[in-house]
Design a protein around this ligand. Structure first.
Ligand code: B12
Ligand code: SF4
Ligand code: SF4
Length: 268
């Protein structure tokens, strides 16, 4: 029965072109894997006591679009991926409910607005930790969950289900190569670059930048996910050579001109 449900969910995701899906037992939050760990009130069982398994789905943001960030193009992609995440997660929970398996979806962000986030830069549930426990990737110095397929260029959401589906294995090998490109590129020095927890992002600095960009319809910033060398998407888009991001490298001037053009739209 449980295997069948797992297979059916994986098939549903494939049908909806969702490339990443993983499963984590709700109980796995109760075994801290690093310190500080997810505070108890943020754990699935504290949020919905019936939950047995957390299903995590991931949809990528395309690298060539992220390369134009901050831009109206990335702003629109971000909004579209968010809508897809929410609607697909809702569809999966609806599908499970129709089979008599009570399930609920969690919104991909869940904070309301950037103004709210500046005062309280946390949401009631962390999808990064869910994706980590579901074996989809490991944390990088940029505080994002890096995946083998897309590095940090993937967004997540979760579905809580009362079905006992089992857990995928947490990924053991660190994907982050500690190159510190993310640290150096951040325009507001929000990423300390140290080990966890010293390396936790200065959330207010990052959110304040995001708020300024939103006024011009070109949020979020996303530079720290653009430059990360991890992810198979770099091969797909022929972006293994990271010198492309050095504005003084003349051989990449056609890319620089394209990015400049896109960046000149969508705001002042
Ligand atoms: C709030 C938020 C922000 C804030 C704060 C960023 C941050 N580092 O948390 C701002 C606006 C700055 C932001 C920016 C960005 N974000 Co954001 N953000 C979120 C959001 C909505 C909530 C995160 C959260 O609050 N989690 C809950 C708390 C409990 O977990 P936590 O913050 O990780 O807390 C840990 C520690 O800080 C500590 N802790 C926290 N509180 C406490 C309290 C106590 C008592 C203790 C002991 C410990 C402790 O322990 C926790 C566990 O280790 C999530 C979506 C979601 N709901 O998960 C997206 C999310 C994390 N963001 C995402 C992204 C991509 C970004 C950006 C790159 C922007 C962009 N979209 O291009 C930047 C990157 C910033 C960076 N380098 O960190 C993605 C990450 C995808 C990935 N592959 O990992 C997410 C998951 C959105 C999504 N649905 O995919 N974000
Ligand atoms: S999103 Fe931009 S401002 Fe925020 S941490 Fe990353 S590079 Fe810095
Ligand atoms: S840019 Fe380098 S240091 Fe930053 S998360 Fe990616 S691999 Fe790690």
């Amino acid at each position: 029965m449980s295997n069948t449900i797992r297979e059916q969910i994986s098939l549903k995701c494939a049908e909806q072109d969702i490339p990443l899906v993983g499963f984590a037992s709700a109980k796995s939050w109760d075994t801290p894997l690093f310190d500080p760990w997810v505070p108890s009130q943020f754990r699935p069982l504290a949020i919905w006591p019936e939950v047995k398994t957390v299903i995590v789905i991931g949809i990528p943001v395309s690298l060539p679009v992220v390369e134009t960030a901050p831009s109206i193009w990335y702003h629109e992609l971000y909004r579209t991926v968010n809508t897809l995440l929410d609607s697909n997660a809702l569809r999966i929970s609806t599908f499970l409910n129709a089979q008599g398996i009570s399930s609920v979806y969690i919104p991909r962000d869940g904070y309301g607005s950037i103004v709210v986030l500046k005062e309280k830069p946390v949401a009631f549930f962390s999808h990064r930790h869910a994706a980590y426990l579901a074996g989809l990737g490991t944390f990088g110095l940029n505080n994002m969950l890096l995946t083998p397929q897309f590095g940090p260029r993937v967004r997540f959401t979760s579905i809580f289900t009362s079905s006992e589906i089992g857990s995928d294995l947490v990924m053991q090998d660190d994907l982050c190569i500690k190159c510190k490109r993310c640290v150096d590129v951040c325009p507001v020095k929000a990423i300390p670059g140290g080990d966890y927890p010293d390396g936790i992002t200065n959330k207010i600095a990052c959110a304040t930048r995001s708020e300024a960009l939103l006024k011009r319809f070109i949020s979020p910033c996303g530079l720290c996910i653009k430059v990360c060398p991890v992810g198979d998407d770099r091969a797909l888009f022929h972006r293994k050579d990271l010198r492309i991001y050095d504005e003084d490298k003349k051989e990449f001037s056609s890319f620089h001109a394209a990015w400049k053009h896109v960046r000149s739209y969508g705001g002042r």
